[in-house]
Design a binder for this molecule. Structure first.
Ligand code: F6R
Length: 530
């Protein structure tokens, strides 16, 4: 089965109409099978539009419709005869004598079905059949059942279909309980099939269609056996919602993510004294609610810290060797995967931010330390589990001591904490400088940039030294990883213009360097995509 996912109903209808036009251009006397319902209305509008603009000539085609309520008067405004007349037949130039529909007025429905099968055969079989899909997975009116009828037949509509179609009637009791419909084999004898689905109500049916099984309980799954089926869906009918969790020291951000967009975000504050159990409980409650409302079936968690066979140990020690993924998976009944937060952020940027299109990318997050996210061939590279600890590359032998126990680690020279330390030291050593004046009531990551803006040479000197360290570490990483792109993230990346150009100039290798775009959302997005 071929799948085309479109961003909107209009695009989907346009695509299908274009395929019909191609079929008619290729074979002007094509036999085309049409469907009714809300789904194909957009296609019919587009075909009428093409006809008005003389882009389409349907005079040679023969048409067969999938189904018709039974019994129903062909003149009734609820009949599919009426629907097709209003939506298509009166708007294009299909010859009246080549329009074939099952009659809801037929005295003998079985005879009517036989007549229809024969007519299709005489016409040489259907070249292209358009299908919608019921939310219960029906195609035509082949309803979920233990067994399905092969050929055109009289069928009883399921309560779900009556419920779904009641929107076209004054009330549910007026929906016909039976219909005449092409059977699964009738549909299968079509040379080519296009099935369309739009809207959230079709999500489950489409999931079934792309599942591993074929079952008469979801008749559309039979289409897996046909050799030429194209499924055209909009995002709502196709996409899966997953949940991304970004664990931070002060808060945990949880987002429902669909098509690379956060559709809902919730924040849990991590209050002092909160226990591991309490936080997991709060996270599970939010996820359970999102899972229920969005039918989400996957959760990804970005954790700042170590993930190994003993579980998750976060840097803030809220989690200590905690089997977070197992616990939450058991509580929620969905798959849960934990990954380092810097890796999640890199994945988020690569999927929906500044890294779009870069299959091999390095994201460097400058903060208290330096975090790294490595993407190789579009996937996170985590080595045995904790690759990306780039802040601890040794760049100065016997240099400044680091919290990790080693000396001379890159983050002691190129993190935001290191920048602040260098700023404080320079302000102390040059008390008459603009920098010292700017720093008098405290130093943060912006102090140095403020002083530089005021033309301070001392600040400029500190900045050059800092950029030198940053470039040195990046050079090492580029030699090892040869990425297509480097993204700089973290608060400091807001000084975009002041950093990126001098940094690129100081690096000895040429690799595009950009700042990350998604800020706080990259972690949620990436976690959801795990
Ligand atoms: C209509 C038909 C049905 C519909 C299905 C979806 O001829 O055979 O299978 O395609 O019920 O209906 P809508 O498009 O209204 O959601």
């Amino acid at each position: 089965m071929k799948l085309i996912v479109c961003e909107s109903y209009e695009k989907m209808s346009e695509k299908a109409a274009e395929m019909i036009r191609e079929q008619v251009l290729k074979k002007p006397d094509s036999v085309i099978g049409f469907a009714t319902g809300s789904t194909p209305v957009g296609i019919y509008n587009r075909l009428a539009d093409m006809y008005d603009k003389s882009e389409l000539d349907m005079s040679g085609i023969t048409s067969f419709n999938l189904d018709e309520y039974y019994p129903i008067s062909n003149d009734s405004d609820k009949s599919y005869h009426y629907f097709m007349e209003q939506n298509l037949f009166s708007r294009v130039n299909i010859s009246r004598d080549k329009i074939n529909m099952l009659s809801g007025e037929a005295e003998d429905p079985l005879e009517e079905c036989r007549r229809y099968e024969k007519r299709i055969e005489e016409a040489g079989g259907i070249d292209l059949q358009i299908l919608g899909i019921g939310r219960n997975g029906h195609i035509g009116f082949n309803e979920p059942d233990k067994d399905l009828e092969a050929n055109t037949h009289l069928t009883e509509l399921s309560s779900d279909t009556i419920e779904a179609n009641s929107r076209f009637f004054e009330n549910k009791s007026l929906v016909p309980t039976h219909a005449l419909t092409m059977g699964i084999s009738t549909i299968f004898r079509s040379k080519k099939i296009i099935l369309l689905a739009n809207g959230r109500s079709k999500l489950n049916a489409i999931r079934e269609l792309f599942s591993d099984h074929i079952t008469t309980e979801s008749p559309a799954t039979m289409l897996k056996l046909h050799h030429d089926v194209t499924i055209i869906c909009d995002y709502e009918a196709y996409s899966e919602t997953s949940i991304g969790i970004d664990i931070g020291g002060m808060s945990v951000k949880i987002g429902a993510v669909e098509n690379f967009k956060i559709i809902e975000k919730r924040i849990i504050d991590v209050v002092p004294g909160m226990t591991e159990k309490e936080l997991i409980g709060a996270m599970t409650a939010v996820c359970a609610d999102m899972k229920e409302r969005y039918k989400a079936n996957k959760i990804g968690i970005g954790v700042p810290g170590i993930i190994d066979e003993n579980g998750v140990t976060s840097a803030n020690l809220l989690f200590k060797q905690c089997k977070l993924d197992e616990i939450m998976s058991k509580a929620l009944g969905v798959s849960v995967k934990a990954e380092n937060d810097a890796n999640c952020a890199a994945l988020g940027e690569q999927a929906a931010g500044a890294g779009k299109g870069a299959a091999n990318m390095l994201m460097v997050t400058l903060g208290t330390g330096i975090g790294g996210g490595i993407i190789i061939n579009g996937r996170i590279y985590s080595g045995k589990g904790n690759a990306g600890e780039i802040g601890h590359i040794g760049i100065v032998p016997e240099g400044k001591p680091c919290g990790c126990g080693k000396r001379g680690c890159w983050e002691r020279y190129a993190s935001v904490s290191a920048l602040i330390e260098m700023t404080e030291q320079a302000a102390e050593e040059c008390p008459d400088s603009i920098l010292a004046e700017t720093a008098w009531n405290g130093v943060n990551g912006k102090t140095l940039f403020k002083a530089m803006d005021m033309g301070c040479d001392t600040a400029k000197h500190v900045f050059d030294e800092y950029i030198g360290y940053l470039a040195y570490g990046l050079d090492i990483l580029v030699s090892v990883l040869d990425p297509e792109l480097i993204l700089i993230a973290g608060g400091i990346s807001r000084e975009n213009e002041k950093i990126i150009k001098p940094l690129s100039e100081r690096m000895s290798v040429t690799v595009p360097v950009k700042t990350a775009e998604l800020r706080g959302d990259a972690g949620i997005l990436g976690a959801a995509l795990l």
